[in-house]
Design a protein around this ligand. Structure first.
Ligand code: ADP
Length: 705
């Protein structure tokens, strides 16, 4: 398919198909982009979730650690407080120790020593702030304390009260928690140590600062109400919370830790960022690939177009194309070459030496020639002629023009040949050569004609003179009554014959003259026998000389023939003479003595308008080979040294001008039979053919061939 055809196909394609194709391509791209975006989104979301999970876990862990810290701190405090119990209970030492304790532990706001009925014995407040019970008296909170002490008594150990709110002087308030440690002596309750904790201070003092930095740490109630808060969390858009129960004897608190995270980060972590970068790179690579593919597709289409164009061009060429590698093996042939040699391309490509289109008799020479050609780097630019063979064995001439095949890297890879079938050219040349020959022959014939006319003119008079002298001599011999009768009779006959032949020569010359001058000739009715008789003296003379026996067979049924008598006699004479000469050549070869020349006349098949008589002259000579037969009637063709080669061509022209046919066939067992036909007259009832005159012919060459 060439480019025009391709364009036509495109033009014939309906618009909606093209649109569909275009849409499909874009929808594929859109799908791809959507998939990549979805994947990215999922990745970001998963990464976010993962990171959230991590934060939450860390938060939970931190909270658990904080609870442990608080519990440990409180436990340590209890231990310190229990030492107060073991020492001698003097007010002074108690105060000293408590003072020390309060200084060291800011979370403890107040330590009280109460007796077994919970009456206050001694109390000391933290030195870091004013007493918490300044605004509202201690008695307001005593209920919770008493409950804690009751619990402590019950469990025989320290117990905590529930947290309670204590308004302060500054208008604010704080959440407090009491710890009651029953004091016993030898199993006997001796009093209580009551410690008041600030929840907020517990958070800020007992918790590892590292853990609580930037976090919102608080104690809450079960319903989420905050009791005390420590630390201000960093603001963020997303809050993470962890809750842990702080189980204390007598009460349970909930520790809550809030962590604010800045989730607006589009890429929550490095992993997401990495994956996203890779996805973006993937999309970019896909886009580049797409562009590359489009370019490749275009290049492929262009290449396909170019190939289709090249193929169309090669297929439509009438010149055969053949490519060979450096070893001379065929690597490519076009259809024109296959058609030229009648062999399939596949067979030609598979075939080794000798090539199937080399004539077997020339294969050796071609192989040598090829070896020389391929060895030399330069080839004749004008090409060379050769003979190829078709599959049916017929040979034909070709012109081969060869050029080196250079590949894209400039390497010489083989040879490219253009092959032209020049049989037609040769035929035209042959025709022109033949017509050239014929022209030359015509020119020579024209000369012969001129010569014949001249001769006939010049010879007529001497022949007439011979004839009249012969007549005169005869008359004289008749008048003189000689003594030697036999001699005079012989002389008379000889002179008579001279006279006859001179007369005949005169007639022949006239006939030829008329023939050459193309004058109309009158035909006469002659008995076939009379034609034979007329030539007999001359034929028998030659027959005797060449030891040939003459046999004459005339069918009595033969009618008279209508002809130019002299010329037909000349035809018979020529054929008889040729026959005898052929036998002479044969006898020289075979040394046979029996040589018969048979002159036969018989009726021939009648045509539509005429009856015909067939004359034949059969010899037992050398016969006619195919080669000689091909040129037999060509003017000036002869195999004899002294021959002129005009006899047979003249004979045929004469016979054909009578409307007859002259031909030859081989005789059995040897020799040749020349046959010709002459019209014997019109069939009664049919109009007579217009044969009173020779048909005039345009030129002398046609006349004689
Ligand atoms: P010419 O007799 O001058 O050679 P022709 O035209 O009569 O010219 O004959 C042409 C050739 O035909 C002869 O040279 C001869 O080779 C061949 N030829 C003619 N007649 C016979 C024949 N009867 N047998 C064999 N060859 C013949």
């Amino acid at each position: 398919m060439n480019i025009a055809a391709l364009q036509k196909t495109m033009a014939n394609r309906p618009w909606w198909r093209l649109t569909l194709r275009w849409n499909r391509r874009w929808s594929l791209w859109a799908l791809l982009v959507a998939l990549v975006v979805a994947m990215l989104g999922t990745l970001v979301w998963l990464a976010g979730r993962y990171e959230g999970g991590l934060i939450q876990t860390r938060l939970e862990r931190d909270t658990a650690e904080i609870v442990t810290d608080i519990r440990t701190g409180l436990m340590r405090n209890i231990q310190r407080l229990q030492t107060l119990q073991s020492t001698e209970r003097s007010a002074e030492t108690w105060r000293l120790q408590v003072n020390e304790l309060l200084r060291q532990h800011r979370e403890i706001l107040r330590v009280e020593w109460r007796d077994e009925s919970l009456d206050l014995q001694l109390a000391d407040d933290t030195p870091f702030r004013q007493s918490v019970f300044e605004r509202m008296s201690r008695a307001n909170a005593m209920q919770d304390t008493a409950q804690a002490c009751a619990t402590g008594l019950r469990v025989s150990g320290p117990a905590y009260s529930g947290s309670y709110f204590m308004p302060q002087k500054d208008g604010l308030g704080m959440e407090l928690l009491d710890l009651c440690i029953p004091l016993t002596n030898e199993g006997q309750l001796t009093g209580y140590t009551v410690v008041t904790y600030s929840l907020q201070e517990i958070l800020s003092e007992l918790v590892n600062k590292q853990l609580s930095r930037g976090q919102g740490l608080s104690f809450t109630e079960a319903d989420g109400t905050r009791l005390a808060i420590a630390g201000t969390p960093t603001r963020g858009t997303r809050v993470y919370s962890a809750h842990q129960l702080l189980d204390l004897p007598g009460t349970t608190l909930v520790v809550r830790m809030d962590s604010w995270r800045g989730t607006p980060d589009f890429f929550p972590n490095v992993l997401t960022a990495l994956v996203s970068a890779m996805a973006i790179a993937l999309v970019a690579v896909l886009l580049l690939l797409g562009r590359d593919m489009r370019k490749r597709l275009k290049a492929e289409n262009d290449l396909a177009d170019a190939l289709a164009f090249r193929k169309a061009m090669e297929d439509s060429l009438v010149t055969g194309l053949r490519a060979r590698d450096l070893q001379g093996r065929i690597t490519y042939v076009n259809p024109a070459f296959c058609e030229m040699v009648g062999v399939d391309a596949k067979e030609l490509l598979d075939h080794n030496f000798p090539s199937p289109y080399w004539p077997p008799e020339l294969a050796g020479a071609y192989q040598d020639r090829q070896a020389i050609r391929l060895a030399s780097a330069s080839l004749p630019r004008g090409g060379h002629e050769s003979i190829f063979m078709r599959r049916d064995g017929t040979r034909f001439p070709v012109l081969i023009i060869e050029a080196p095949l250079i590949n894209a890297t400039g390497k010489h890879t083989g040879w490219m040949s253009a092959i032209l079938d020049i049989s037609e050219q040769r035929r035209v040349e042959e025709v022109s050569r033949t017509s050239q020959d014929r022209l030359q022959a015509t020119a020579r014939l024209a000369m012969v004609g001129e010569m014949a006319s001249l001769l006939s003119h010049e010879l007529n008079q001497p022949l007439a003179a011979i004839s009249s002298y012969a007549t005169g001599s005869l008359n004289l011999l008749g008048d003189a009554r000689g003594t030697d009768v036999t001699l005079s009779a012989d002389l008379r006959l000889a002179l008579k014959r001279i006279g006859e032949q001179a007369e005949r020569a005169g007639k022949v010359i006239k006939s030829v003259h008329d023939f050459v001058r193309r004058r109309d000739q009158v035909r006469e009715r002659v008995a076939p026998r009379a034609l034979l008789d007329a030539i007999m003296p001359l034929v028998s003379l030659q027959a005797r000389k060449l030891s040939v026996r003459l046999a004459i067979e005339v069918d009595p049924a033969c009618a008279v023939v209508l002809c130019d008598r002299t010329m037909v006699e000349q035809v018979l004479l020529n054929l008889a003479r040729n026959g005898m000469q052929a036998m002479q050549a044969e006898s020289r070869k075979t040394h046979t003595h029996e040589r018969v020349l048979t002159l036969r006349v018989k009726p021939a098949a009648a045509s539509e308008t005429n009856r015909w008589v067939e004359f034949s002259v059969a010899d037992q000579g050398v016969g006619i080979s195919d080669e000689v037969a091909a040129k037999l009637f060509t003017p000036f063709f002869t195999t004899r040294a002294e021959g002129m080669g005009l006899g047979l061509s003249l004979c045929r022209t004469v016979i054909e001008q009578h409307g007859g046919y002259l031909g030859h066939e081989p005789a059995k067992p040897r020799g040749t039979i020349f046959k010709f036909t002459l019209p014997s007259g019109p069939i009664p009832g049919k109009p007579a053919p217009s044969i009173t005159a020779f048909q005039t012919t345009p030129d002398a060459s046609e006349f004689l061939t």
